[in-house]
Ligand binder design. Sequence first.
Ligand code: SPV
Ligand code: MG
Length: 295
Amino acid sequence: MDGTFRKLLGGPGYLRVMGAHDGLTAALAENAGFDAVWAGGLGISSSFRVADAGLLTMTEFLNAAVQMRAACRFPVIADVDAGFGDINVVRRMVQLYEAARIDAICIEDKQYPKRNSFRDGHLMEAPGAFAQKIAVAKAAQRGPDFVVIARLESLIAGAGMDDALSRAELYHDAGADAVLIHSRASHAGEIREFCDRWQRTGRDVPVLCVPTTYANVTARELGEMGISAIIYANQAIRASTKAVSETLASIAKHDSSSEVESSLATLGEMFQLIGMNDVLGDAPWQGVPEPANER
Ligand code: SPV
Ligand code: MG
């Protein structure tokens, strides 16, 4: 990676961030040219077949993020839901994630245990209580590079744009390095309005967004509105779920995998992805010719 994630996020233009749920999907995101990976709660929960409702433990989320960290070189942004507990949990969480070389965490201002943002029935954290979580998170980090993103759920919970903006200012004052404005509108109008009004505050703070329900907008258009990073949070897990279901159904139906062979990754492609050619001691190892006198 060129420079730290903090520098990338604060740099010109916008980053495209792909959601992943394990080491393999993180590597696929890196190979496809994305700028960072989102270790997303929905994707990780789905990979366990568990509801995205604060059910997995911090350790399970952290282990998934660590698996991604080890499998790729680009930045890892970890979705840490509402922080897994109170301010004491948040402090320990930051210490563990930073020690694991995760580049950034994103904490959302809903009460623990949170509900997925595409469902109803949200309870927001009181603004001051969440600002305190952010302040504790920032105080807990040891190095200068770790990034804390405050995720605003006001538009999701029906609290409105004024609430989102006033919370964003409060969280920035508490030390947030960036804010994520979440919307589940069917178009990017809320994002545009937030960006316009946020820029008028004169605060030079990166804004991230998650265009799941407003998928008909391009990253470039969001960048022009003032967004610094666009997170495709769940497309990878949805793609693989559909592809695997269809493949398995075909094999079951035809009593054979012949129908689907052409749509599968080849063994060679899998070996390349997981580094089989780098396995030491396997014969024949193509990398270095054997010395002639030992033949
Ligand atoms: C996730 O991917 O877990 C997220 C993003 O938090 S969203 O599901 O869009 O709320
Ligand atoms: Mg999540």
